[in-house]
Design a protein around this ligand. Structure first.
Ligand code: IMP
Length: 189
């Protein structure tokens, strides 16, 4: 389990140390701003939010909590990737998607977009179901790491290209329960 050291409020997880980066209050305020934007955009369109497990559970809950006036649905998927035939390359399968999404407005809910590979695969898999539109809402976005062209529509906070944990984000499965966001300390800096 994460161990909080007394010096400078750092947290140790396995062999790594993390320092406070974004407080829970700052994060919640950013999510609330984003929720208001999404709520206004999708008013009257009854969108389906699709949270990507495991990491998005925290952000999805907070996001929807802050948009009580929007008529909407939410579901969650897990992503499994495997190498398909030589013509298809990597195939992404969405596990747990039982809703009919043809003709619907879909919003993918992610904890963090880094290179963008994951979200690109998810969008490809969802396109096959012919939704009316797909957009992305992410809690954190690392623009310097992003390597795709598709715009990330709704971002709560943009962060530098560093490994972070907390609020659903894990370090080898640990630390999702830390409040706020913590940034890895580069021992070589
Ligand atoms: P991408 O495919 O490179 O955009 O990475 C997406 C996934 O990698 C996220 O859904 C996270 O599971 C994981 N990830 C990327 N950056 C971080 C980070 O800084 N902390 C924890 N997980 C991360």
């Amino acid at each position: 389990m994460p161990e909080t050291t007394s010096d400078q409020g750092r947290v140790r997880s396995l062999d790594k140390q993390f320092a406070p980066f974004i407080t829970a209050g700052e994060l919640d305020a950013a999510i609330q701003r984003l929720a208001e934007e999404v709520q206004a955009k999708y008013q009257g369109r009854r969108p389906l939010f699709i949270g990507v497990l495991n990491g998005a559970y925290f952000f999805a809950a907070k996001l929807l909590e802050h948009m009580p006036e929007l008529e909407c649905e939410i579901t969650f998927v897990k992503v499994a990737s495997y190498i398909g035939t030589s013509s298809s390359g990597t195939v992404t399968q969405l596990i747990g998607l039982n809703e009919r999404i043809e003709g619907r407005e879909v919003i993918i809910v992610e904890d963090i977009v880094d290179t963008g590979n994951t979200i690109a695969h998810i969008m490809g898999a969802l396109q096959e179901h012919h939704p009316a539109g797909i957009s992305v809402a992410t809690m954190l976005f690392k623009p310097d790491a992003y390597s795709h062209d598709h715009p990330i529509d709704h971002v709560a906070l943009r962060i530098p290209n560093a490994f972070v944990i907390g609020s659903g984000l894990d370090h080898d499965g640990l630390c999702r329960n830390l409040p706020g966001i913590w940034r890895i300390i580069d021992e070589h800096a």
